[in-house]
Design a protein around this ligand. Structure first.
Ligand code: NAP
Length: 283
């Protein structure tokens, strides 16, 4: 799909790169020649992923333990990364989620989600951007991984929707503020991509099995990690150098399916007989 050296020479930090979609994007970036750093809170997870990714791609990968909720820890991580070589691309991917009625959420739970997604993305973005701007470096990219809830809102995951909407606002604002300085921003809005993290937190069996979920997606399947990883590779590459401030939705058309209201969803599976039954009869 891409030339094999699409990302050659690019140094990329993927926050939350030890698991799930962050791991899959890191894998693809490495395959395409990038130099990748992954961060997260669990050192053992990072180490194991790094070992596996090196085995799978033959490329070396760096790990930094960092809790992105803590601004000092983020600065220390960026110092450590910059000591070796400045970044070219930041991918804000780390996230946390809680599925619960909003009026029953504790302030701690709300702070935890806002801390990782909203504050963490802001700290990482500002820490990288300041270093690029101070050094007069250009052709840099900040890409953030959002959720559909950033665009439409979502019941029962309200702190996440709020935080992701904030990151979208950051993406749009910095496209204008930092564009003239040679830094562009963009985002991906994923639909449903099975990962251990998201599925364990957001898909309890009470919500219906994967079969029920798939019925809500026009393409009748969940996303494959490689599909998102390829989009990510394109967006951070020089091939996408004129994309700035935009968020690309990759969800099999799920976001569009709200138009007719929830009741039209079941009509997608109607038989010809059911359609015939509601056809106006000739008088
Ligand atoms: P995941 O596997 O749980 O990934 C989350 C990652 O974030 C973990 O590696 C975690 O590592 C890291 N993280 C959490 N808190 C952190 C902190 N305070 N500091 C640093 N790292 C932290 O989930 P995923 O499904 O791959 O999600 C990846 C991204 O895609 C998220 O932004 C998510 O909102 C978005 N997304 C996913 C889906 C989906 O269907 N999977 C749909 C829409 C959007 P540690 O726990 O070790 O810190």
């Amino acid at each position: 799909m891409f030339q094999p050296d699409l990302l050659k020479g690019k140094r990329i930090l993927v926050t939350g790169g030890g698991t799930g979609l962050g791991r899959s994007m890191s894998h693809r970036f490495l395959e395409l020649g990038a130099n990748v750093v992954i961060c997260g809170r669990r050192e053992d997870v990072l180490e194991q992923t790094a070992e596996e990714l090196t085995k799978e791609t033959g490329a070396e990968i760096e790990t930094v333990r960092c809790d992105v909720r803590l601004p000092d820890a983020v600065e220390a991580m960026m110092d450590r990364i910059w000591q070796k070589r400045p970044l070219d691309i930041l991918v804000n991917n780390a996230a946390g989620q809680i599925l619960a009625p909003t009026h029953k959420m504790s302030s701690r739970a709300i702070d935890a989600v806002l801390g990782i997604v909203l504050h963490g993305s802001a700290y990482c973005t500002v820490a990288a951007g300041r270093r690029w701007i101070d050094a007069g470096e250009r052709n840099k990219v900040v890409m953030s991984i959002l959720t559909v809830s950033a665009l439409l809102g979502a019941p029962f995951t309200v702190p996440s929707a709020m935080a992701k909407a904030g990151v979208l606002a950051m993406t749009k604002s910095l496209a204008v503020e930092w564009g003239p300085r040679g830094i562009r921003t963009c985002a991906i809005v994923p639909g449903l991509f099975p990962t251990e993290g998201a599925w364990s937190r957001l898909m309890p069996k009470e919500r219906g099995g994967d079969e029920e979920l798939v019925k809500t997606i026009p393409l009748r399947r969940v996303g494959e990690h490689i599909e998102l990883a390829n989009l990510a590779a394109f967006l951070v590459s020089d091939g996408a150098a004129y994309i700035n401030g935009d968020a690309v939705v990759i969800d099999g058309g799920k976001m569009q399916s709200g138009g007719g209201g929830a009741s039209t969803q079941s009509m997608l599976d109607w038989t010809d007989e059911q359609w015939e039954a509601i056809r106006p009869k000739k008088k």
